[in-house]
Design a protein around this ligand. Sequence first.
Ligand code: IMP
Length: 191
Amino acid sequence: MKLIFATNNQHKVDEIRSVVGNNLQIITLKEAGIDIDIPEPYETLEKNAWSKSKTIFDMTGINCFSEDTGLEVEALGGEPGVKSARYAGDNRSFDANIEKLLSNLAGRADRSARFRTVISLLIDGIETQFEGICNGKIIEEKRGDQGFGYDPVFIPIGSDKTFAEMDMIEKNEFSHRKKATQKLVAFLNTL
Ligand code: IMP
């Protein structure tokens, strides 16, 4: 099956392609010749994921999916959550977002956090969603230079490495995105 993945984030494309292998042909927005920054105006991952896949389905009429991911930190009441990409402002700087996170967590004993991914799949205009969660903790200083976003300060339960100290195969042993993607693939196999 062929699906457009409604994202401009190449890291997400690489991670999801590494999970689906040859089971699914994923076409990026760039490959589909679509150049837009899809708005994420809603207050939940679920609605933003839906909005992204709906925007692309309405534009192309081609079956597609999108994903929205947030880092939910316990001591911050679930922040940055749906605002993860723009936590420190509209320029979407990974470093500035991490600095703000570490500063808001300074002196806090509870550093528990989780990544939550919601995938929205649209087949013939009908939506199905899939969730993946990875529990872990936020450390006090950045470690590692792989991955993206908050990877340098997040250690998943079951490891002593940050996601940024892992290659993609290792990250996939724990990843929220992989868990959601596996549910997507299982669902597609039932069609
Ligand atoms: P969005 O899903 O494109 O809205 O992205 C939300 C933000 O969460 C990204 O800009 C990253 O900062 C962060 N993020 C999403 N997925 C990951 C991940 O797997 N590791 C680290 N940070 C992530």
